[in-house]
Design a protein around this ligand. Structure first.
Ligand code: SAM
Length: 334
C-alpha cells in the first residue's frame, strides 16, 4: 500500500461513494482518519433520494453531490482509487419481492461496472443483502462476480454479521472487496470476531417519547393476533415480530425501514402495565454503529426530516462500526 501524504499514515484514498445513503463509507473513513490510520478525500457521492442527499450534505457539506449514477459521465469524473457502494438491495432482499435483474434497481450494478471499467480505481468495496447469494438470485450474483473479474478485479466476498463485531444487531450482509491485479496471498476479508460487550439495553434512550408506546388496547390486540402472553421482562429486550417472540439474548433483530414495521422494544412493566414501543431515531442510528450520547453525536439530522425518512435511511444504511473494522482490517493487509 502506498504511503500517504503524512509519513505516519499508511493508506491514502480518493473515494467515489456510490449509492451513498447517509454516507456509511464516509463516516467510517472519517473515524479511521481521525485515528491516524489513513488519509482520504471523497471526490463525490452519487445518490438520487433528495432526503438522503440532504442528510449526507448535513454531515459532509464539502463533498460534491453527483446525483443519479446512471447520468454520470465518466470523462468528467476526477480520478479516485476506491469505489464504495451498497447498490440497492430491494430487488435482492428476502423482505422484497426478489425480482432481481427484472427490477430496474437490480441492474444498477451495471453502473458500477461502467464506472470502474473506465476509471480503473485500485479498490472496490461493495455491500448487498445475503439474499443475493442464494436461490434464484445466485446466477445474478455469479454474473456480478464474473463482471468484476472481467474488468480486472480480484474479489473476495463474505457474509458478515454486525452482532459479531460489537453492535447487538442481527444484521447479516454480503460484503465484497476487490483489488485490480491480485489480492495478497492469505488475504481474508472477515476480521476476527469481537465479544459482544454491550447489549440492546445499552443502546436505548433514557426517556423515549411516550408517543412511541403502544396503548393497553393495542397490546391486547397484538397478544390476540400473535397468540402470546403478557410481556413481563427483566430488562429491555427486542420483540421479534416475524417469529412472534421476545428475544432473550439482548440482540436486536435486523433494523429495517419503519414501513416494514418490525423492530419493537419490550421494557419491564410499570405499575402492572406493559411497555412496548417503536425505536427512537437515535436508537436506530446507535444500532447502525453511530456514537450518540451525552458527550456528543456523530451524525446530525437535517431539521425537517420525519421519523419515517430518518428511520428509512438507517434501515437501508451501513453499520459504520462494522465498516470501520472492515476497512481497517482490509487495508492492514495490503
Ligand atoms: C442500500 S442503500 C445504500 C446505503 C449506504 N451505503 C449508507 O451507508 O447509507 C442504496 C442507495 O442507493 C440509492 N440509489 C438508488 N438508485 C440510485 C441511482 N440511480 N443513483 C445513485 N443512487 C441510487 C438509494 O436512494 C439508496 O439510498
Amino acid at each position: 500500500m502506498k504511503k500517504g501524504r503524512k509519513d505516519n499514515v499508511r493508506v491514502s484514498l480518493r473515494v467515489f461513494e456510490g449509492f451513498a445513503g447517509y454516507g456509511g463509507a464516509s463516516f467510517a473513513l472519517r473515524r479511521l482518519k481521525r485515528r491516524g490510520f489513513l488519509d482520504y478525500k471523497t471526490i463525490g457521492f452519487s445518490e438520487t433520494d433528495p432526503k438522503a442527499i440532504e442528510l449526507y450534505k448535513t454531515n459532509f457539506p464539502r463533498v460534491k453531490s453527483l446525483g443519479d449514477i446512471k447520468k454520470i459521465k465518466v470523462e468528467k469524473l476526477p480520478d479516485f482509487n476506491l469505489f464504495t457502494g451498497g447498490f440497492p438491495c430491494q430487488p435482492f432482499s428476502t423482505a422484497g419481492c426478489r425480482e432481481g435483474e427484472e427490477d430496474d434497481r437490480g441492474t444498477l450494478f451495471g453502473e458500477i461496472i461502467r464506472i470502474c471499467e473506465a476509471k480503473r480505481p485500485q479498490y472496490i468495496f461493495l455491500e448487498n443483502v445475503q439474499g443475493l447469494t442464494s436461490g434464484k438470485l445466485r446466477p445474478t450474483f455469479e454474473k456480478i462476480m464474473y463482471e468484476l473479474k472481467r474488468i480486472g478485479y480480484d474479489c473476495q466476498y463474505r457474509l458478515i454479521n454486525s452482532k459479531d463485531y460489537g453492535i447487538p444487531q442481527n444484521r447479516l450482509r454480503l460484503w465484497i472487496f476487490g483489488t485490480r491485479g491480485t489480492l495478497p496471498d492469505g488475504f481474508e476479508l472477515t476480521p476476527p470476531k469481537k465479544k459482544l460487550r454491550r447489549k440492546l439495553k445499552d443502546f436505548l434512550d433514557e426517556h423515549p417519547d411516550e408517543s412511541l408506546y403502544r396503548t393497553p388496547q393495542q397490546m391486547a390486540h397484538i397478544h390476540e393476533i400473535h397468540h402470546n402472553d403478557v410481556f413481563d421482562v427483566p430488562e429491555p429486550l427486542c420483540y421479534d415480530y416475524y417469529n412472534r417472540k421476545v428475544r432473550t439474548d439482548g440482540i436486536c433483530m435486523t433494523v429495517t425501514p419503519p414501513q416494514h414495521n418490525v423492530v419493537r422494544i419490550v421494557e419491564p412493566m410499570v405499575n402492572g402495565q406493559e411497555r412496548f414501543r417503536k425505536l427512537t431515531i437515535d436508537e436506530h442510528y446507535r444500532l447502525m454503529g453511530f456514537r450518540i450520547d451525552k458527550r456528543g453525536r456523530e451524525i446530525k439530522y437535517p431539521p425537517n426530516q420525519t421519523y419515517s425518512e430518518l428511520g428509512f435511511r438507517a434501515g437501508n444504511g451501513w453499520d459504520i462500526n462494522l465498516v470501520t473494522i472492515l476497512l481497517e482490517h482490509i487495508f492492514s493487509q495490503l
